[in-house]
Unconditional design. Structure first.
Length: 423
């Protein structure tokens, strides 16, 4: 994988000396966010500076340090946008001049210097595979930002799997890392000897489980279980599922095209009981506004699974949906699921086909969570004669939230999906 070209930091550090002294910055002008920057807590710096800027959008210094925080953390796409924000919001400021210089260095693509890597916490963890419970050494940053691209409404990351660099799809509808033999051949992933299959998939295909190193940026799992399909064309992308980011709060930032990871706190027994009580309370509650102003949608997970199930009304009928970041567009049903739920939908007459030959038709659905509604969403209905597709649940795609300008995060401690309106 070609490393992203990075701007020269030395020039910035020299230019920053022209800014007013940090000690005289008042509390309401971004001092807390700048202090976090000085401590190299770039994620927290961005959060605090965003709060400052929501109240003081003319604060050029806060805009500039926010851009530097993104750049120092290695989030170059976000940094480029953030430097443009300095120029847009404070065009006549000295910080805008510095931001212009920063953008010119982006364009030059200098590789002579790069920001320090995020602090890595070396943590011994138990392998998530029940068949291989040995102790392994993983690299798990306390916080990290992973850039992504949207390709055909799918969230595509870059990963390193079994020694090869490959695009992968972040898929909350999957628990595991899942790939096919054909994708391995396409991306140069070298499979070890597979031996006997470990399971039979719901459509009768055999599944193998192997173990190897998998990393996305600095997040690395060693001796990690990987599901391999050797028959058919599914999946169409290598999938990174929920289990890979276990232990993290995961937020999809649609404004800057990043997955923001923050390690959840270690839970003591007493805290665990409180968390469990809170989760049980949330599980039975309706979606609501949190005290941070975010919308919280409770979810449950099936036994022995990391999958996310939410309750909603679809075309006026209560139904349970599998939240699947790989599902697109809108919501997806099979004809059997529509019949079982007694949902009436406006279904087109034209039949389309996925690359694997899966027949489907376009349909339109209203989705109502009570506190959040999304109407006339383009969705999918799959042919009931096609046994190669589907899960036990209809699926909910994240574009339901994203098209209304919401970023979303998954909080497994509180068992909620949080929606945050992007400015």
């Amino acid at each position: 994988m070609k490393k992203a070209k990075r701007i020269i930091l030395g020039a910035f550090l020299a230019l920053m000396s022209h800014l007013p002294a940090f000690a005289v910055v008042s509390a309401d002008s971004g001092a807390a966010g700048i202090a976090a920057f000085e401590k190299k807590d770039y994620r927290q710096s961005v959060i605090l500076l965003d709060k400052t800027l929501s109240a003081h959008p003319d604060n050029a210094r806060a805009w500039y340090y926010r851009a530097l925080a993104y750049e120092r953390s290695g989030c170059l796409a976000a940094a480029k946008l953030a430097f443009n924000d300095v120029i847009t919001h404070c065009p006549k400021s000295h910080e805008a001049e510095l931001a212009t210089m920063g953008l010119s260095q982006f364009e030059e693509g200098s590789e002579t210097a790069s920001p320090p890597e995020p602090t890595i916490t070396q943590t011994k963890v138990t392998s998530p595979s029940a068949t291989n419970p040995e102790i392994t050494q993983d690299n798990l940053p306390d916080s990290y930002a992973i850039p992504f691209e949207m390709i055909n409404s799918r969230t595509i990351l870059s990963a390193h799997i079994l020694g090869a660099t490959t695009p992968v799809e972040f898929d909350t509808g999957s628990d595991h890392v899942v790939l096919s033999k054909s994708l391995c051949e396409q991306y140069g992933v070298h499979l070890p000897a597979l031996g006997n299959p470990t399971a039979i998939y719901k459509d009768g295909r055999k599944v193998w489980t192997i173990h190897g190193d998998v990393s996305v940026g600095d997040v690395k799992r060693t001796n990690y279980p990987i599901m391999v399909f050797c028959e058919g064309n599914w999946p169409s992308h290598i999938l990174i599922g929920n289990d890979f980011f276990q232990g993290y709060l995961v937020e999809k930032d649609i404004k800057y095209n990043q997955l923001l990871l923050r390690k959840t706190a270690t839970i003591t027994p007493n805290t665990a009981q409180a968390k469990s009580a809170q989760a049980n309370s949330n599980r039975n509650s309706q979606p609501h506004y949190s005290n941070q102003g975010c919308i919280e949608i409770p979810f449950t997970s099936p036994a022995k699974s990391q999958r996310i199930l939410v309750n909603a009304k679809v075309n006026g009928v209560s139904v349970q949906l599998l939240f699947d970041s790989g599902a697109t567009p809108g919501v997806s049903f099979s004809y059997q699921q529509l019949d079982a739920s007694k949902i009436t939908a406006d279904i087109s007459a034209r039949t389309n086909y996925f690359a694997g030959g899966i027949a489907h038709k376009l349909a339109y659905f209203d989705v109502d969570f009570g506190i959040f509604q999304s109407y006339h969403n383009a969705g999918t209905v799959f042919d009931k004669s096609d046994a190669t597709w589907g899960t036990a649940y209809p699926t909910l795609g994240p574009d339901i939230f994203e098209k209304q300008g919401y970023s979303w995060s998954i909080d497994r401690d509180s068992k909620v999906i949080r929606l945050r309106q992007m400015n």
